[in-house]
Design a protein around this ligand. Structure first.
Ligand code: ACO
Length: 429
């Protein structure tokens, strides 16, 4: 839809004063700061909007990802996710997100080489991971790993330098799976497997996880690549807006990405794919699905992998993943949890509770089943999400840094605490 069609003006009357104000509407928005002109007296701070959890606030103008949650549409730089999942590769999508256009053959070849050459991590990262408890959650390790990259590449602080920032952005995409692989192997008490620059990105991931001798079926490699494409960006989600917000302090991009990893770790965001598998195992059998759905309706449980802040229709990524599930299970045999998932989806989609609230499966409902079929344990699912999301984080970071309208991120608040009062000595309390 053309945003110009939404342009015009808004006239507002302040019933406290009877005064009328006119605001420009651009791209279907009004400037929140202009509301500050609405005052009851000269020393009044002016009107603010109150928007907990940013339910209705655009914090940036972005040309990266278009999402229409009501109609289940997702496009990267204008290209429908369905076409990218069918025809593209993860690294091509990464280039597209960062640079805005699909790469030429030579650009893609150079980018593929640049990423492959950067996948290796400094030995100190492996040494640091070895110092963790063997059961350390790999997302905690990944988060710390990016803090460590910030110490290893201090030049990344030069965020105005194009070569320095491109170096950091490419390193982020390249080293995310390597650190994830080191964490994965550490959990199993195994030594890390070095990346092989002659391999494609997704094959490299599987080899770094399962060993240099592991020879993955190309259909599994392709399924993994598709999963990464589907996770590559999702506009201003919790972790991406965290990367932007932390990056707005002009910290180096590795540190901003470490914050994004922390945000993704939460069970309401990237942690949901792990939670889905836990839930499916707890349900245990198709026959127990009605009982579980009743528990959800009684607010005793959440149906993990269902619902989305923005999609109020089927998540288009879930449709593609469901198809990828079939391809993977052709190679690996069907995961018995799939039967429970399908029954759960069928039951929920026919139940008034879910229909009324427009709750549909999201990207995480089926992705865990694929990861499990690939032999990846559930603690690693969110790491897989982080690997996929890395290009989105860095593309959004770059857009934010280049956006002259952006400043350090700093929301307002409505203070609801006590009025001024005098300190009471501890002995008198
Ligand atoms: N199971 C049961 N009820 C749900 C669920 C769910 N998964 N999701 C939402 N609802 C209900 C809420 O209780 C609420 O009901 P009410 O209006 O009667 O109080 C209504 O649906 C609206 O839900 P909100 O929580 O207001 O929706 P919000 O946009 O804040 O939350 C979220 C979105 C966090 C994704 C939520 O749907 C959820 O917790 N889902 C499960 C976790 C999950 O799958 N997260 C992954 C998200 S996708 C991603 O990050 C990649």
């Amino acid at each position: 839809m053309s945003t110009e069609a939404q342009d015009g003006t808004l006239t507002v009357t302040d019933n406290r004063t009877g005064q009328t104000y006119e605001f420009a509407i651009t791209d279907g928005t009004i400037r929140a700061t202009e509301l500050r002109n609405i005052k009851v007296s000269d020393d009044d701070f002016g009107l603010m909007t109150y928007d907990p959890a940013f339910m209705n606030t655009a914090s940036c103008r972005s040309a990266i990802t278009y999402l229409d949650g009501d109609n289940g549409v997702l496009r990267y730089r204008g290209y429908p996710i369905e076409q990218l999942a069918e025809k593209s590769t993860f690294l091509e999508v990464a280039w597209l997100l960062i640079h805005g256009e699909l790469p030429s053959q030579s650009e893609l070849a150079q980018f593929t080489k640049d990423i492959a050459d950067r996948m290796v991590v400094d030995p100190s990262v492996e040494a640091a991971v070895k110092a963790y408890r063997q059961d350390a959650h790999p997302m905690g390790v990944l988060e710390a790993g990016f803090g460590q990259l910030s110490t290893l590449y201090p030049e990344a602080k030069e965020i105005e330098s194009d070569p320095e920032r491109m170096d950091a952005l490419y390193n982020t995409i390249a080293k995310m799976p390597t650190i994830g692989g080191v964490a994965f192997r550490h959990n199993q008490g195994k030594d890390p497997v070095a990346p092989d620059p002659s391999l494609d990105y997704s094959t490299n991931i599987l080899k770094m996880f399962f060993g240099a001798d592991y020879a993955p079926d190309p259909r599994l490699v392709r399924a993994l690549d598709i999963l990464l494409i589907l996770h590559a960006d999702h506009e201003q989600n919790c972790s991406t807006s965290t990367v932007r917000s932390v990056g707005s302090s002009q910290v180096d991009p590795y540190s901003a990405v470490a914050a994004g990893i922390a945000a993704l770790y939460g069970p309401l965001h990237g942690g949901a794919n792990e939670a889905v598998l836990v839930m499916l195992r707890e349900i245990g059998s198709k026959d127990n699905v009605p009982e579980f759905v009743e528990k959800v309706k009684n607010r005793e449980a959440l149906l993990m992998g269902f619902g989305h802040r923005v999609y109020k229709n089927y998540d288009p990524r879930a449709t593609i993943i469901k198809k990828a599930c079939d391809d993977v299970f052709e190679v690996t045999g069907v995961n018995p949890l799939l039967e429970i998932a399908v029954e759960l989806e069928r039951t929920a989609l026919n139940d008034e509770f879910f229909i009324q609230r427009k709750l549909y499966p999201n990207v995480d409902f089926y992705s865990g089943l694929i990861y499990e079929a690939l032999g990846i344990p559930s603690e690693m699912f969110t790491v897989m999400f982080a690997i996929g999301r890395a290009p989105g984080w860095v593309a959004q970071w770059l857009e934010m840094i280049n956006d002259k309208e952006q400043k350090i991120s700093r929301p307002r608040q409505v203070y609801v605490g006590p009025d001024e009062r005098d300190y009471v000595d501890i002995g008198s309390r």
